[in-house]
Design a protein around this ligand. Structure first.
Ligand code: DGP
Length: 113
């Protein structure tokens, strides 16, 4: 665990969050600055700072994150949604513990800005 990591603390329950899913390895909670009517963050328990830091051993974990996102989307009645992972500051990453944005409840444009 990254001792000063915000998302490690949220996973551990040390900082409150609006949790919509949790199991032994991944957790999903509502983003505090929602960019859509439904904006959920899916995080792994394991501290990995950036997508560029994932390894072969993380293959299963990354799959678990997508399965969790799918379950949450179903639970919230979302039939169409966007999954986003920002890697690095220029891509918009602010919290350096990998997370999958699950966004839905409105129409999105493509390409993104
Ligand atoms: P990114 O920019 O990809 O690193 O996304 C980080 C997201 O995390 C951003 O949309 C806002 C959200 N966020 C930051 N701090 C908190 C917090 O304390 N609680 C929750 N629920 N979300 C947070």
């Amino acid at each position: 665990m990254g001792e000063e990591c915000l998302f490690c603390k949220i996973f551990a329950g040390e900082i409150p969050a609006n949790v919509v899913y949790k199991d032994d390895t991944v957790m999903a909670f509502r983003d505090v600055r929602p960019q859509a009517p439904n904006h959920i963050l899916v995080i792994p328990k394991k501290h990995i700072g950036m997508v560029s830091g994932v390894d072969e051993e993380d293959v299963h974990l990354l799959g678990r994150m997508i399965i969790a996102a799918k379950k949450v989307a179903e639970k919230l009645g979302m039939k169409s949604y966007r999954l986003v992972m920002n890697c690095g500051g220029d891509a918009g990453q602010e919290v350096f513990h990998i997370h999958l944005h699950l966004l839905g409840g409105r129409k999105f444009s493509w390409p993104p800005g």
